[in-house]
Design a protein around this ligand. Structure first.
Ligand code: ATP
Length: 389
C-alpha cells in the first residue's frame, strides 16, 4: 500500500503579477513514478522547483510527510534533482563525480551542540560502486566524464543525484539532449532504476509517448492548471477534455449534441455511445481515436467519405478521409489508395463524449452543418448495450 509523501495544497505562483500556477492540488506517493506532462510554458518546471525548494509558492502549502516545508531550503529536503544539462565536473573522473556530494561534511546536532560529520572513505567507496552498478556503469569509475557518451554522462548524473539516498528524485526533461534511440533506452533504464530503488521519481516532460511509457501516474497540465490526473491507461482511454485527448495521442475531435443518456448526435446523425449524465441537448466534444475507426465497404458504412491522402508509418497507414469537408485521421493496417470511396463504422465504446471546454472541436459551429447532411441515412442506435458503469 503506497503512502503519501508530498502534497501541494492550493499552490499558486505568480511572476510579475502573472499567474503561472493556478491553485495546484496534487499529492505524490512513496515509490511512485509520476510525470508532469504538458506543452511548453504550462508550469511543469515551476511545480518541480517548488517541490525542490528552489522557489516558494506565492500562496498555498508544500507538505512533506504532512509537515509544512514552504520555508525549508533545498538541501534540507530529502529531494535531489537531475536536469537536462547535467553539469558534471569535467576535471573529475566518474567515481569522484558521484562521490562529490558524499564528501561534503554534514552538520548534525548532538546533545544540543552542532558538529560536522564526514562519511568514512570506505563507506563512500561502497556507496559509489553500488550506485554505479545500479546505473549500469560498473567498471567505469576511473573514466574521465569527457570520454563518455551522452547517455553514459546522464547515468553519472543520475548516480550522483541518487547516491545520498534522497526520498524523491526530481527529473526535469533529463533525456531532452539525447537522440531518439538513446532516449528510448534511457526511458526503460530510468524506470528500472526507479523500481529497483523504490523511491519516488517526479519527472517533467512535454513528450506524451515518454510519459505513457514510464509513468505510474500522469498529471496533464495546461496554462498553469491541472487538466487530468490518472494512470497512462486512464489518460489515454478516458481523456477528460478535448485538450487532453488532443495532447495525448492523436484524435478526431468533433462538435456534437448529447441527445439523451447514451445517444450523441454529430454529422446530423445519432450514434450510440457509453456516456451519460449530460444535460439534454448539451453541446459536447466528441473524441474518436484514429486507431478505433473501422473502414468498411462504402455501402455498409455509417459514414461515407473519400480517401485524400495515405502515409505509411511502419506499422500502419495514416489515412486521411474527407467526409464533406471534415478530415478524419484513420490509422489502419490495410492500404486504401487516394481517391477510394470508403465507409466508416464507429462502435459505441470508441466514441468518447466530453463536456465542452475552452478547446473547441475542429468542426467549428455544429449548427451550420445540420441541413447539409439531410440526404444522408440517419444511424439509429440499437436499443441494447452494456454501458459499463
Ligand atoms: P518548458 O517545457 O518550456 O520548460 P514549463 O511547462 O516547464 O515549460 P515553466 O518553466 O514552469 O513551464 O514556466 C511557466 C511560465 O512561467 C512560463 O510562462 C514562464 O515564462 C514563466 N516563468 C517561469 N519562471 C519564471 C521566472 N523566474 N520569472 C518570470 N517568469 C517565469
Amino acid at each position: 500500500m503506497s503512502k503519501e509523501l508530498i502534497r501541494l495544497v492550493d499552490c499558486c505562483m505568480a511572476f510579475d503579477g502573472e499567474l503561472v500556477l493556478d491553485h495546484i492540488n496534487l499529492y505524490f506517493n512513496d515509490s511512485e513514478f509520476l510525470t508532469l506532462l504538458g506543452p511548453s510554458g504550462c508550469g511543469k518546471t515551476t511545480t518541480l522547483r517548488i517541490i525542490g525548494g528552489f522557489i516558494m509558492p506565492t500562496s498555498g502549502e508544500v507538505l512533506f510527510d504532512g509537515v509544512r516545508m514552504n520555508d525549508i531550503p533545498p538541501h534540507l529536503r530529502q529531494v535531489n534533482t537531475v536536469f537536462q544539462r547535467y553539469a558534471l565536473f569535467p576535471h573529475l573522473n566518474v567515481f569522484e563525480n558521484v562521490a562529490f556530494g558524499l564528501r561534503i561534511p554534514k552538520t548534525v546536532e548532538e546533545g544540543g551542540r552542532k558538529k560536522k560529520v564526514k562519511i568514512p572513505e570506505d563507506e563512500i567507496r561502497q556507496r559509489v560502486l553500488e550506485m554505479l552498478e545500479v546505473v549500469s556503469l560498473k567498471g567505469f569509475e576511473h573514466r574521465r566524464v569527457t570520454e563518455l557518451s551522452g547517455g553514459q554522462q546522464q547515468r553519472v548524473a543520475i548516480a550522483r543525484a541518487l547516491v545520498n539516498r534522497p526520498k524523491v528524485l526530481l527529473l526535469d526533461e533529463p533525456l531532452g539532449a539525447l537522440d531518439l534511440r538513446l532516449r528510448k533506452d534511457m526511458q526503460s533504464e530510468l524506470k528500472r532504476i526507479q523500481q529497483q530503488l523504490g523511491i519516488t521519481f517526479i519527472y517533467v516532460t512535454h513528450d506524451q509517448e515518454e510519459a505513457l511509457a514510464m509513468s505510474d501516474t500522469i498529471v496533464v497540465m495546461d496554462q498553469g492548471k491541472i487538466q487530468q490526473i490518472g494512470t497512462p491507461e486512464d489518460i489515454y482511454n478516458e481523456p477528460k477534455n478535448a485538450f487532453v485527448a488532443d495532447f495525448i495521442g492523436e484524435s478526431n475531435i468533433l462538435d456534437g449534441i448529447m441527445h439523451e443518456d447514451y445517444v450523441v448526435e454529430f454529422f446530423n446523425r445519432k450514434f450510440k455511445c457509453l456516456d451519460k449524465g449530460f444535460a439534454p441537448k448539451e453541446p459536447v466534444d466528441v473524441v474518436i481515436r484514429p486507431e478505433d475507426i473501422d473502414i468498411v465497404p462504402v455501402e455498409s458504412g455509417q459514414l461515407k467519405g473519400t480517401v485524400t491522402s495515405v502515409t505509411f508509418k511502419g506499422v500502419h497507414y495514416d489515412t486521411i478521409v474527407d467526409f464533406k469537408g471534415f478530415k478524419w485521421l484513420i490509422q489502419t493496417t490495410d492500404y486504401h489508395p487516394e481517391g477510394e470511396a470508403i465507409g466508416i463504422i464507429l462502435n459505441p465504446d470508441d466514441i468518447h463524449i466530453m463536456h465542452k471546454s475552452q478547446y473547441s472541436g475542429m468542426f467549428g459551429d455544429y449548427s451550420s452543418y445540420s441541413e447539409e447532411y439531410d440526404e444522408m441515412d440517419v444511424f439509429e442506435p440499437e436499443e441494447e448495450g452494456g454501458h459499463g458503469e
